[in-house]
Design a protein around this ligand. Structure first.
Ligand code: CA
Length: 228
């Protein structure tokens, strides 16, 4: 059975383009033109993934995102305009899984949908060992090997690496990473994460200036490469 994607988008041209491409790639597609009907449709049709525009008439995308997150883990990709950077951050904090900036290529949308669906399905936490590329993390002994060589990481570096590597492809804001480390959000100290990431890259990346494992998501935060 093909997976169902719900698109909530008020611009008919964009909705149509997204729908056509997703259908061509074998997905069943539903479209809603505003936030209220989108939320109602999400509840009624139980899609496998939601593509959610942020600027919508009536209930906006952030409201829809918040409402859905209270009820389910439905994977959400936000569509945002470049000017909506703050909204994008709020959206990620509210629990959206990914975002695409407009204008976007339909091919990119299909690729993101596919990756997120794959991630959502494999979203089972397996304790023990995480292997990616040449990296091997043991989450019980808190040890890390790179191509067989043992690395010395600080507690914070290990924890950051574990968070990112356990969810390849998922975008984490600096605030989310801080919250993961300390259990609370330290508003205003977001940038301290950058220093830890820099140290971590020096230890795990062959070329820290062109990282292969931990990628920077411009204006948002970091994600672990899911194409390794
Ligand atoms: Ca819109």
């Amino acid at each position: 059975m093909s997976e169902t994607i719900l698109i909530v988008e008020d611009e008919p041209k964009i909705a149509r383009l997204a729908r056509d491409y997703l259908e061509k790639n074998g997905y069943r597609v539903l479209v809603a033109g505003d936030g209220d009907s989108g939320l109602a449709m999400a509840r009624r049709e139980k899609p496998d993934l939601l593509v959610l525009d942020l600027m919508l008439p009536g209930m906006d995308g952030l409201d829809v995102c918040r409402a859905i997150r209270r009820e389910s883990d439905l994977p959400i990709i936000m569509l945002t305009a470049r000017a909506e950077e703050t909204d994008r951050l709020i959206g990620l904090e509210l629990g959206a899984d990914d975002y695409i900036s407009k204008p976007f290529s339909p091919r990119e949308l299909v690729a993101r949908v596919r990756a997120l669906l794959r991630r959502a399905k494999g979203n089972v936490y397996v304790p023990g060992v995480i292997r990616v590329g040449d990296l091997e993390l043991n989450t019980e002994s808190h040890s890390v090997n790179l191509a067989g060589e043992s690395l010395h990481l600080t507690r914070i570096e290990f924890s950051l690496l574990q968070t990112l590597a356990q969810h390849p492809g998922q975008i984490f804001s600096r605030a989310q990473l801080l919250e993961n480390l300390h259990g609370v959000a330290y508003i205003g100290y977001d940038r301290s994460i950058d220093a830890h990431i820099k140290n971590l890259r020096r230890k795990i990346e062959a070329d820290p200036a062109n990282p292969r494992y931990i990628l920077t998501v411009y204006a948002v935060g970091y994600r672990f490469n899911d194409e390794l």
